[in-house]
Design a protein around this ligand. Structure first.
Ligand SMILES: Cc1ncc(COP(=O)(O)O)c(C=O)c1O
Length: 357
């Protein structure tokens, strides 16, 4: 049987929740489980953390309904809000918190004829320029929402563009916009911080933080590791060694014959590839662990298989191979693939078997 599999580490997830609370001890925690919990499995992750966080965050209504249908009853916030009155009715039916970032969403709420109430996350665009009311329009949106019987309370929310870049002036600029704005509104609970802000911008924590990548044990910063923040990898991606080849110096490996042996080489074939979501484009010398020993990928990643250098390590067919996770940071592989761990996690495909440990 093919053995490409990933394991979700239950203890690591709870450890990371505790770390979020350690960094933001005064704040409530929204745990981001959108995009199938960053590829970790939204139902699995939500069940593990639901009694340890204050809300779950999803991107859109269907993600929230899927969690409700799986029996998850804790608060769930829909970060893009709803896009019709029909969606609004469903969101109320499923007791969701709603982000409101544009006038149409205020209008849907004003047409709501039911008797439920919810918590509204009023979103201001403080400089990310993706979603949100302009600072000029926020007071009007706030006043309209306040008057609606279905609005239980209002939280002011915004998102940072560059909180992961400590050299950028952008976060301070956004904070200035937000400071000005809070003077213009009555006192409101606030939610601004993502993982990078939780870790590096304590002045942004306020009443609610929204933690994503740090929950899964990765660092949001290019120059700092998860270890620096005492975060533990939640997902470990593994497979097995399925063949060993002996190459003479000068022979080449794989599609395009892009790698040529500089010496006689013992080569291992491992059962995983881009068809499983492992990235195809990598820098030379991307690491893997074979039986816990570090070695490197050689040749092109193909759909089902990857070739690795076994010349300097002990290895035999059937050996366990770690692609990332425990013992090998996903951030290292993300770096090598010119991406971020968020994308690596989200790209794992259905044919990879999943376990919870
Ligand atoms: C609005 C919003 N808040 C919070 C987060 C969490 O970000 P991170 O995973 O960097 O903690 C995201 C993630 O994309 C988001 O879109």
């Amino acid at each position: 049987m093919r053995n490409a599999h990933l394991t979700i580490n239950h203890q690591a997830l709870l450890h990371n929740v505790a770390q979020i609370k350690r960094y933001a001890p005064q704040s409530k925690v929204m745990a981001m489980v959108k995009a199938d919990a960053y590829g970790h499995g939204a139902v699995v992750v939500s069940n593990i953390i639901k009694n340890h966080v204050d809300a779950l965050g999803v991107a859109f209504l269907a993600e929230a309904i899927a969690l409700r249908e799986a029996g998850i009853h804790c608060p769930i916030a829909i970060l893009e809000g709803v896009f019709s009155t029909n969606e609004l009715d469903l969101a109320f039916k499923h007791d969701c918190y709603l982000v409101v970032h544009q006038q149409a969403q205020v209008d849907f709420l004003s047409q709501y004829a039911g008797n439920k109430k919810t918590l509204i996350w009023l979103k201001v665009d403080s400089g990310m320029h993706r979603l949100g009311f302009t600072p000029q329009d926020i007071t009007s949106a706030y006043t309209q929402l306040r008057a609606l019987p279905c609005v239980h309370d209002i939280i002011l929310t915004s998102h940072f563009a560059c909180a992961d870049d400590l050299g950028s002036p952008k976060t301070s600029q956004q904070l200035q916009v937000l400071d000005e704005l809070t003077k213009q509104l009555p006192p409101l609970a606030r939610s601004f911080a993502n993982s990078a802000a939780i870790l590096a911008w304590p002045q942004t924590h306020h009443q609610w933080v929204r933690a994503g990548i740090m929950l899964y044990g990765s660092s949001p910063f290019a120059n700092k590791t998860a270890h620096d923040f005492n975060l533990q990898a939640v997902m470990t991606l593994k497979t097995q060694l399925i063949a060993i080849q002996h190459l003479k110096q000068g022979e080449t490996v794989g599609y395009g014959s892009t790698w040529q042996a500089q010496r006689d080489t013992r080569l291992g074939v491992i059962a995983i590839g881009y068809g499983d979501g492992y990235p195809r484009h990598l820098l030379p010398n991307t690491p893997v662990l074979v039986n816990g020993q570090k070695t490197v990928i050689i040749g092109r990643v193909s759909m089902d298989m990857i070739t690795v250098d076994l010349t300097d390590i002990e290895a035999q067919i059937g050996d366990d191979v770690t692609l990332w996770g425990e013992g090998l940071s996903a951030d290292t592989i993300a770096n090598s693939a010119n991406t971020i761990s968020y994308e690596l996690f989200c790209q794992i495909t259905q044919r990879v078997t999943r376990f919870i440990a």
